[in-house]
Write a protein that binds this ligand. Sequence first.
Ligand code: HEM
Length: 191
Amino acid sequence: RRHRIKMAKVNAGAALLSLCLLLACSAGGTQAAYVDVEGTVRTEVEKAIKSNPGIGAALVRLVFHDCWFQGCDGSVLLDKTTSGGNTEKKAINNIGLDGFNLIDTIKYKLGNSVSCADIVVFAARDAARYLSGGKITYSVPSGRKDGIVSSAAAADAILPQSTFEFQQLVDNFAKKNFTQEELVILSGAHS
Ligand code: HEM
């Protein structure tokens, strides 16, 4: 009888050990779960535009304003930085920017599998695709890092102003190696 009890204890111990190993593997294993980042962004963007059509335009403008100043680093999303001062959100040329809540919602769903900077780029691409009825499609690489520097004054010095004359716009775009033809084409986003 004593032998049976001992065996039962050994078996229980072995079972417990196996269970622990199993849990350890699933919790900290080397195989990361697959996350469909671009699919999730697309689904969320389409859902958002269906309930608020204006959000699509906001996303297209958001990527322009994020990327034009300091590159596509998500810095346009920052409310504050460690160095203090007004962030890009407070820039005069960024007045009326929108879509921040949607980017937050998507980031919340995807966590560390994607940067905010990538979400902004994907979301604008998906908005353009949806709003153009599928005519505008393009692929973009991922892997952008999120920036931690954001300054309203610095952004205002770089972004085009709403009062700019044509030549000022041409010059502004030339600083980013965009041609006059590209300026005209990109300005078509306003339609
Ligand atoms: C060429 C220089 C540009 C200037 C001076 C300019 C200026 C402006 C201004 C003043 C607004 C209205 C903002 C408001 O009061 O709500 C606006 C809206 C908008 N801009 Fe531009 N923009 C320029 C280029 C671009 C480019 C290159 C794109 C994208 C490719 C773009 C996309 C948009 C979109 C989609 C809106 C509408 C946003 C919404 O309805 O939420 N803009 N722009």
